[in-house]
Design a protein around this ligand. Structure first.
Ligand code: A3P
Length: 285
């Protein structure tokens, strides 16, 4: 399994370090859900690991011992990876599962299942910046190149798991299903306690005031940053001198006009040229 290379599966780029043709084909066509599965789905860098921490804490009534003693990828394996799939198949129910797969590669069995899916999304500018920094130190991802190069790849969907725009559009088609819950990173930032309560309700866990406070406390950026079971600091496929999973943890709602125009152009003209000759927006625009 080579580092920093991708293969294309049905037009979607996937990491050769984590996935294989066989694992993703199995997931799409043969993987079976149980009705009590709780699946976190996201485009990479949208706050996936934050959601896993929140779910683990809710499940244990705010007690942090589970999330602070078991690795996040063991608590909620990423099913598109070879190792994660193996773990998921051995996982005694009720299972927590995770995936970044776009809907067209998600297990077909989902359409006949009552399993619960939480889709977490984040504004594309912050996803892009977070992804760019993550690719510098995670050896499962291609080298990002310069900011300008990475921006172009991101806008053209030539990054791991394909286009942010298509991912969101594909999953959004399911928004009216009762077993789907959509939430944004920005909503979590705005009102963590209120949203922990909503998530708890969705997964069938009603917490009291003290338990909610405990979830909010242990899911905070600072406490999670120090949790070695969730902060990726013990994972071997990362160069820990070059970056951290919990980098800034902010919702940057200040986007420059040039960025907005570029994003709008991509929605209107997917994979076409961006608007005219405008200059490339910078990372902090
Ligand atoms: P930044 O790189 O902008 O800091 P994912 O888990 O999908 O890979 O997303 C990673 C992003 O979620 C990172 O964003 C990380 O800092 C942020 N994140 C993780 N845990 C968080 C928390 N407890 N509070 C706020 N942001 C968090």
């Amino acid at each position: 399994m080579a580092k920093r290379t991708y293969f294309s599966h049905k037009g979607i780029l996937l990491s050769t370090l984590y996935s294989s043709e066989e694992s993703v084909s199995f997931i799409e066509n043969e993987f079976q859900f149980f009705d009590d599965d709780i699946v976190t789905v996201s485009y990479p860098k949208s706050g996936t690991n934050w959601m896993l921490e929140i779910l683990g804490l809710i499940w244990h009534d705010g007690d942090p011992s589970w999330v602070q003693s078991i690795f996040s990828h063991e608590r909620s394996p990423w099913i598109e990876s070879v190792d994660g799939l193996e773990a998921a198949l051995k996982y005694p129910p009720p299972r927590f599962l995770t995936t970044h797969l776009p809907f067209q590669l998600f297990p077909k069995d989902f359409l006949h299942s009552k399993c619960k899916v939480i889709y977490i999304m984040r504004n594309p500018k912050d996803v892009l910046v977070s992804h760019y920094h993550f690719a510098k130190f995670c050896e499962g991802l291609e080298e990002p190149g310069t900011w300008e190069e990475f921006l172009e790849k991101f806008l053209n969907g030539k990054v791991m798991f394909g286009s942010w725009f298509d991912h969101l559009k594909g999953w959004m088609k399911l928004k009216d299903r009762p077993n789907m819950f959509f939430i944004s990173y920005e909503e979590l930032q705005q009102d963590l306690r209120g949203n922990v309560e909503r998530i708890g309700h969705f997964i069938g866990k009603e917490l009291d005031g003290h338990q909610l406070d405990e979830v909010v406390k242990h899911a905070s950026f600072q406490i999670m940053k120090d949790n070695k079971m969730s902060n990726f600091s013990l994972l071997p496929d990362m160069d820990h001198n070059k970056g951290k999973l919990l980098r800034k943890g902010e919702a940057n709602m200040k986007i420059s006009l040039s960025f907005l125009l570029i994003l709008l152009a991509r929605v209107l003209y997917p994979y076409g040229k961006a608007v005219g000759d405008q200059t490339t927006p910078k990372e902090d625009d």
